[in-house]
Design a protein around this ligand. Structure first.
Ligand code: PSU
Ligand code: MN
Length: 314
């Protein structure tokens, strides 16, 4: 089995058991506009470093799956010329054809797991779309969380999704959903969705121990850590509700399907809020990078201590 080609810094850190945090690239190419996306991609890597871990941004560049990108690759993704959006279904095909593409949460998890990276930080995961009972639009990110052993730090699922259905699906798939520092499930731009989170943890060490224990049990799959957006950056849900419904109607009327749905909704909401969702998005991704670094540090520390996952007989 082949994994991603590692940047020297990433490979050295992994070999030495030092903390590494994977970062996705679809948020750069398809999630945010140029040039804010490049600024944010750099800032997020800096947050990971400031948190004491090594960042490993993941993408396919000219047919090579990479973990850890140089400045040129990052800028190419941000300019998004000829950049495909790669989920689980697209990864091998893009590599086989020598193409270039940005990885979604699902594809980034696959690459991280192959590289031996335990933690991945991003903005929001994909989930069950509103109207999924008609469209069947359910992100491959959910299935990936069920089968690939990576702890994903996000700010919940985007409020453009059907959050109750997304939580139900995660429960069905056996994915631990852990709200960080509060009892409610966050809704991306808003700290609270009004829904209770299935689990709550208040310390990175606790999240790290749960990650290692799950691996020790031989259970496939990862965990979702839902970190609420910093209070000063949040946009309360009631302010967004009408605009989300409008963006949704417009996307449906324009015939957006498949991969195009999420980028179209995010783009429209940015315009409808005069850029407020963009500023909020930047703040929450940075906060998630910080928390991801703290969790990665704890996993590295607990592994070094040889902390045996305390699993009794099954
Ligand atoms: N969160 C954002 N912006 C994004 C995404 C998430 O703030 O662009 C991306 C992630 O890469 C996620 C993907 O994996 O959207 C989900 O797309 P889909 O619904 O097509 O599976
Ligand atoms: Mn979809």
């Amino acid at each position: 089995m082949s994994g991603p080609v590692l940047a020297p810094e990433v490979s050295e850190a992994l070999a030495a058991g030092r903390p590494v945090v994977a970062l996705e690239s679809t948020i750069i190419s398809h999630g945010l506009p140029w040039p804010d996306n490049l600024d944010l991609a750099r800032a997020v890597e800096e947050e990971v470093r400031a948190g004491g871990a090594v960042p490993a941004t993941i993408a396919v560049i000219d047919g090579t799956l990479r973990a850890g990108l140089d400045a040129e690759a990052l800028e190419r993704l941000a300019r998004a010329e000829g950049i495909a959006k790669l989920s689980r279904a697209d990864l091998a095909v893009c590599i086989a054809r020598g193409g270039t593409g940005a990885t979604t949460v699902a594809a980034t998890m696959i690459a991280a797991a192959r590289a031996g990276i335990a933690v991945f930080a991003t903005g929001g995961i994909g989930g069950v779309h509103r109207g999924a009972e008609r469209s069947f639009d359910v992100s491959a990110d959910l299935q990936e969380l069920a089968q690939t052993p990576v702890t994903v730090v996000a700010s919940g699922a985007k409020a453009i999704l059907d959050l109750p259905k997304t939580l139900e699906m995660l429960e069905t798939l056996g994915v631990p959903v852990i709200a960080y520092g509060q009892s409610g499930f966050p809704a991306f731009w808003a700290r609270e969705s009004g829904l209770a989170a299935p689990l709550r943890m208040d310390a990175p060490a606790e999240i790290a121990r749960a990650h290692l224990t799950r691996a020790g049990l031989g259970l496939p799959g990862g965990q979702l850590v839902a970190n609420p957006i910093p209070a000063e950056a949040e946009i309360p849900l009631d302010e967004l509700e009408g605009l989300i419904a409008q963006a949704q109607r417009e996307a449906e009327a324009a015939g957006a399907t498949g991969k195009a749905v999420t980028p179209a909704l995010l783009d429209r909401l940015r315009a409808l809020t005069q850029g407020r969702t963009l500023a909020a998005n930047a703040a929450l991704v940075r906060a998630n990078a910080r928390l991801g670094a703290a969790v990665a540090q704890e996993i590295a520390r607990q592994r070094a201590e040889g902390a045996p996952p305390r699993a009794g007989p099954l």
